[in-house]
Design a protein around this ligand. Structure first.
Ligand SMILES: O=C(O)CCC(=O)C(=O)O
Ligand SMILES: [Fe+2]
Length: 346
């Protein structure tokens, strides 16, 4: 597997922020509004049984959807996954630092605990703590188990199990998306996610913030994924999406997973599906936890719209680029708060 972690040079080791940076205040027009229409909630068991109604809902969900009744993701299992997430972040800092994402004291690896890359001296940092782990890379030995927490003791097993169960749900959605795109092969997207494709688990912790108007939990971004599956703690809202220039709160649907479209899917579908611009706001009273799985492809993939999505009437709207090169741009733009996908639009 090609590695782009060599490019993760940092100017300084990002500190775990204690005080919100003062240079950033959410502008008035940036405050969230009520969503004009709720995000579609899809019953995955009915979709799997071939329900036309659920497929229609998926068709209408161009950027984001919530999925409930996910086989294997029963409330008790989801609660276990959230429990180990919380227990990890509750560990003393010295313990968490054993899994640090800093490699050789000077660059950030893809895996591990810590903050994101800092590329500018005056960069506004996010009010969150992260643990990133590659969960699916073949051969499995490429998993960096050294950085997989052993505390709490069930952490590894639950993450492995969560990954397997979530993949089944993601594949079901990929098959139905292929149907919606009228791709000849229903397995087209599933097959693209071959042996060397990467899936990253991101554990996010957003502590309570004394000045929620002054700092974001996570700055506005799109995900560099095909889709992202987000499971958030039921008690703390905070995820927001941008639609037609307006920010909206994404409501928490208990025991459901939120799936959002990422850049890769927007490109593959030649713009039919839209990569969701989203961010997380902080909260003075409540902390937020989320467990996110980011589905990607082999970094050697030449990323471009699927040929069936391109014709004379709909020429390719994105230029061809190797995924590895795209991710390099993605990480640079992410850190500075701009969007990589804008740079590959024709
Ligand atoms: O915490 C969340 O719900 C969102 C996390 C997110 O957008 C990400 O990790 O890319
Ligand atoms: Fe995201």
């Amino acid at each position: 597997m090609a590695s782009y972690d060599q490019q993760f040079k940092v100017l300084e080791v990002p500190p775990i922020v204690q005080e919100p940076p003062s240079q950033y205040v959410l502008p008035e027009q940036d405050r969230p509004a009520e969503m004009p229409e709720p995000i579609p909630i899809i019953d995955l068991s009915r979709l799997s049984a071939g329900s036309a109604e659920e497929l229609d809902k998926l068709r209408s969900a161009l950027e984001i959807l919530a999925v409930g009744h996910v086989h294997g993701m029963e409330p008790s299992f989801l609660a276990q996954a959230m429990k180990v997430t919380r227990e990890f972040f509750n560990l003393p800092l010295e313990e968490k630092h054993k899994y640090s994402n800093i490699v050789d004291g000077e660059k950030l690896g893809m895996d591990g605990y810590g903050n994101d890359m800092v590329v500018k001296e005056n960069q506004v940092l996010d009010w969150n703590d992260r643990l990133n782990l590659l969960v699916e890379v073949e051969p499995e030995s490429l998993r960096t188990y050294r950085l997989w927490p052993t505390q709490p003791p069930s952490f590894r097993d639950i993450l492995s199990e969560y990954t397997v169960r979530c993949k089944a749900a993601a594949n079901l959605v990929f098959r139905n998306m292929a149907k919606i795109l009228n791709l000849q092969e229903e397995e087209h997207l599933v097959n693209m996610i071959g042996d060397n494709s990467i899936t990253q688990a991101i554990f996010n912790y957003y502590p309570q913030c004394p000045k929620p108007d002054h700092v974001l939990g996570l700055k506005a971004h799109t995900d560099g994924s095909i889709i992202t599956v987000n499971f958030a703690d039921a008690h703390a809202e905070g995820l927001q999406l941008l639609k037609n220039g307006v920010w909206y709160n994404v409501p928490i649907v208990p025991n459901a997973l939120v799936m959002n479209i990422g850049d890769i899917m927007e490109i593959l579908s030649n713009g039919f599906f839209k990569s969701l611009v989203h961010r997380v706001v902080t909260n003075a009273e409540k902390e937020r936890l989320s467990l996110v799985l980011v589905y990607s492809l082999d970094l050697e993939t030449e990323l471009e719209p699927v040929s069936e999505m391109v014709d004379d009437k709909r020429p390719a709207r994105y230029m061809k680029i190797k995924l590895n090169d795209y991710m390099e741009k993605y990480h640079d733009t992410y850190a500075t708060g701009t969007l990589a996908i804008e740079g590959v639009k024709i």
